[in-house]
Design a binder for this molecule. Sequence first.
Ligand code: PRP
Ligand code: URA
Length: 212
Amino acid sequence: MANFTVVNHPLIQHKLTIIRDKNTSTKAFREVTNEIGMLMAYEITRDLPLEDVVIETPLVETTQKQLAGKKLAIVPILRAGLGMVDGMVDLIPSARVGHIGLYREHDTLDIVEYFVKLPQDITERRIFVVDPMLATGGSAIAALDQLTNKYNCKPENITFVCLVAAPEGIKALQAAHPGVAIFTAALDDRLNENGYILPGLGDAGDRIFGTK
Ligand code: PRP
Ligand code: URA
């Protein structure tokens, strides 16, 4: 599948097993989800451009590298995307954070949009849209529709970052937004009849916020 990466880092896989476990507490789930967010941030920023900068060490003048233009934006899909943001911002503190509020109607899986707040210069930024779960793809597609149609963001500036993806969600997202790169920590087996990912980790928002 084009433009699609499973991040196979051992630390990420280990931590993912912790949050998949139904016996993991809300506190541990929240902490570990943020840790995985930080590790994913390391992976998804590998291609950020660098520029030369002249500095002086205590010994000599030298030309070294620094990030060229620090215009990044992290855009969590509420609620569950919030669970990855602190870890990502720890690693890329200059990033601005926008929010897109969406949820799936439990019975119909229809997407309900309730909030959008983005940095005013979002079109100039490299954007990381984050949500732990990519199930049917409905939420991710709706968020990317907002960014590309309403806010004129270019698909090539957008990366979608999740922790657990279903093949159905990857396929739908690639069909709707072929220019958007997708990174996931795991590609699971399939969706169940209620639109939950198997084996998955359950309802990410409920597990992060302890609402069930
Ligand atoms: C979850 C998850 C994604 C969405 C994925 O959110 O965080 O946003 O479901 O499913 P999809 O790919 O089929 O759209 P949910 O709707 O439960 O809202 P919440 O984050 O507020 O709990
Ligand atoms: N949303 C979740 O939080 N979990 C799933 O398995 C599917 C959608």
